[in-house]
Design a protein around this ligand. Structure first.
Ligand SMILES: C[C@H](O)[C@H](O)[C@H]1CNC2=NC(N)=NC(=O)C2=N1
Length: 97
């Protein structure tokens, strides 16, 4: 069973992440990734897609050319859970690889 993070836990997790913000309206973590071009953006999305399937946890995202806007929220709990902060950290690791 996954639970929504407390405000404190979410804030602490955000401090350990880079460039992510919490949007209270959508109750989601948000970040914009900018790449050299579309191919790099698509390679990133491909790696995340495989992870999403492995985690059974999927991002809400929007891609235009070299930009990928990401929202992470856990639909099952209607807010941010550790699955979202875990995925955010994994996405940053892919981006920095
Ligand atoms: C049944 C439920 O949809 C699945 O367990 C997974 C699929 N991927 C998911 N992704 C996200 N972001 N939130 C979920 O709650 C979620 N649930």
């Amino acid at each position: 069973m996954v639970d929504e993070l407390t405000d404190t836990a979410r804030s602490e997790a955000l401090q350990s992440l880079s460039g992510w913000d919490y949007d209270a309206g959508s109750k989601a973590l948000k970040k914009r990734y900018v790449f050299k071009g579309f191919s790099a953006a698509w390679a990133f999305m491909s790696r995340v897609a495989l992870l999403a399937e492995k985690m059974d946890h999927h991002p809400e995202w929007f891609n235009v050319y070299n930009k990928v806007d990401v929202n992470l929220t856990t639909h099952d709990v209607g807010g941010v859970s550790h699955r979202d902060t875990d995925m955010a950290a994994a996405m940053d690791a892919f981006f920095n690889a």
